[in-house]
Write a protein that binds this ligand. Sequence first.
Ligand code: PSU
Ligand code: MN
Length: 303
Amino acid sequence: MTAHPSLVLTDEVATALAEGAPVVALESTIISHGMPYPDNVAMATEVEGIVRTHGAVPATIAVLDGRPRIGLSADDLELLGSHPDVSKVSVRDLPYVVARGTHGATTVASTMRLASMAGIRVFVTGGLGGVHRGAPQSFDVSADLTELGRTPLAVVCAGVKSILDIGLTLETLETLGVPVLVNGSDEFPSFYSRSSGFRAPMRIDGAEEVAAVLRSSLDLGLPGGLVVAHPIPVEDEIPADEIGAVIARALADMDQRGITGKDATPYLLGRIVELTGGASLTANIALVRANARLGAEVAVALS
Ligand code: PSU
Ligand code: MN
């Protein structure tokens, strides 16, 4: 397929896609609103390197000066990590930032959409958005889930954080017709921890098996994507009870400050880093590294 004409691709990404070479999409909200500077820029740069080392071309996605960009330079990553006026852009925000010519960091949902418009089939991130705790009252359900139901792309992540309601998130993914694969484990992971108390909806072992499921989904003409949950490496894990107490505190602080809507996830991520004295950031970076490697292997297996 040819990329949508509104997208701006780097030569490297355009060539790789034209040749059917492996390409891995990466999101930018994790850079601008998910981690502090300068660790965020270092992480983004390192992750691109890991994707390359494992044989694929990285395509970090963002909107810069109103233009949806597929593949970024080192200067672009620096801007996304440090510029104060980069808004968090989910699918509903895309037309607004494009029309106004401003900068936007793309979430899982909008990155999926733009990647798919470019012809990319594999996407690596840290954690997925989902159904927030208290959603039966607040209706706060991430557009990441809706997008997974309608955009055909494999999303490699470390599961969902227990800042969310993991059970309701898995139920919603089932309703939306999204396969949830867990790599190498019978339990769905909860980002910082390999355990969550929820069984893996479907288990696979290795990149070849992920690629086979993705190919089958595409062959069947199913509209949606796949969640590929990759548990954090054992040596980087934070025990569930330890991080659970921190998350409870962060959620209470958020309620007390009256933070809701699109500001909820960035606030919680930042507060957890503060409350753990940076330990959560170390774990977060470690799991993204592991995901980058698996994602590159999936893209290679697919090509
Ligand atoms: N969860 C994380 N790290 C993140 C995000 C979620 O552990 O960086 C980001 C992703 O970009 C995700 C977005 O798509 O937050 C979800 O935001 P919301 O809950 O507002 O949909
Ligand atoms: Mn939300």
